[in-house]
Design a protein around this ligand. Structure first.
Ligand code: ZN
Length: 353
């Protein structure tokens, strides 16, 4: 059984008495082969994770640095547990005090309504407006590559892989209903449609929707291809945390992870299939299993939530969902997240050994 687990390096280290090595020891003892830590600052919330600063030796981000990654990687190297820190290419809101709108106002994602309103609160709570960088800008993709190099330099010789997270446009329920109208997107619309304005109703025309999604996928894929070249050149694995709603979200947001797997751009896909609804989980993983069977070049870890914004699953339910994942053809299961697991929960993973 291939077990992986997402984590949050600051919180997980706190849980282990301040010893990153203890995370690795617990993973190894539980049969978890891959630990994927979030290493950026995280605002306090009730979700069981938080970080007051960045937890790798960043020289790019002007933040409090607490280097927990170096001792984690040294321990992981000795224990043969793989560690893949997340790269968040377009998110800056997690970096305290560095909202995209403040740092790069022209290059932030902005719906037409947001752009019209100017800088300020987004209309009707569209939380993504102005808070993430729009992937259409080559400058934003170049910044993501700088962030990758920052992480690689900090990781040093014991780093063995990178996990891509949120490598896509904002959620489809925002970005499809409220297409971005930053300068770079408007330039693309003008080229594709002869007008620099794209209304949600325009996307009901299948050909317009196709061209729009194709543009988005071309932008994101170009970045993934570049990151693949860099990580492969450095001898590192590359994996992606993928949207579970493949048709309804991933493809519309420029994250066609099935194509990336088929074309050898990633070594593994970890689907974020965290729902507590067993039938919905099965529907997703059965589709993913059918899609992933059409290629042989990447592993498929199905994501199962122990505790997430989509709800809580007791460990019994986690094991049931994991069995469903394997029955649908997944190569392994990735759990969200480390600090949502109780001590006894880790021992129960042996039930599926
Ligand atoms: Zn844009």
């Amino acid at each position: 059984m291939r077990w992986a687990i997402w984590g949050h390096l600051w919180t997980d280290t706190q849980r282990e008495g301040g010893r990153p090595a203890a995370i690795v020891e617990r993973c190894r003892a539980s049969g978890i082969e891959l630990y994927l830590p979030h290493t950026y600052p995280i605002a306090a919330s009730s979700r069981g994770y938080f970080s007051p600063g960045i937890t790798y030796a960043s020289r790019l981000f002007a933040l409090p640095v607490h280097d927990l990654l170096t001792p984690l990687l040294a321990a992981a190297h000795a224990a043969r547990v793989r560690v893949q820190p997340w790269l968040l290419p377009f998110v800056t809101e997690l970096q305290h005090g560095e909202s995209a709108e403040e740092l790069f106002p022209r290059r932030a994602y902005q719906s037409a309504e947001f752009a019209r309103a100017g800088a300020g609160a987004p209309p009707d709570g569209a939380a993504k407006d102005g808070k993430v960088l729009c992937p259409t800008w080559p400058e934003n993709r170049a910044r993501a590559v700088r962030a990758l190099h920052d992480l690689l330099a900090a990781g040093g010789p014991h780093l063995t892989g990178i996990n891509l997270d949120m490598v896509r446009y904002p959620n489809a329920d925002v970005s499809w209903d409220r297409p971005c109208h930053c300068q770079a997107c408007r330039r693309e619309y003008l080229r594709l449609f002869g007008t620099d304005t794209l209304r949600p109703e325009d996307l009901r025309q299948p050909a317009v929707a196709y061209l729009f999604a194709r543009m988005r996928n071309a932008c994101i894929r170009a970045l993934v291809e570049e990151i693949r070249d860099i990580t492969r050149g450095a001898g590192l694995e590359l994996t992606v945390s993928a949207r579970a709603h493949y048709y309804e979200a991933a493809v519309l947001e420029g994250q066609d992870w099935v194509a990336w797997a088929r074309d050898g751009l990633v070594d593994a896909v970890l689907t974020m299939n965290y729902t507590a609804d067993r039938a919905a989980h099965a529907t997703h993983v059965q589709l993913h299993g059918r899609l992933m069977r059409q290629q042989q070049r990447a592993l498929h870890y199905d994501g199962v939530g122990r505790g997430s914004s989509m709800g809580e699953n007791p460990i019994e339910a986690v094991l049931t969902l994991a069995r469903d994942s394997l029955a649908a053809g997944a190569d392994g299961v990735s759990i969200f997240h480390y600090n949502a697991m109780r001590d006894d929960d880790f021992r129960r993973l042996a039930d599926l050994a």
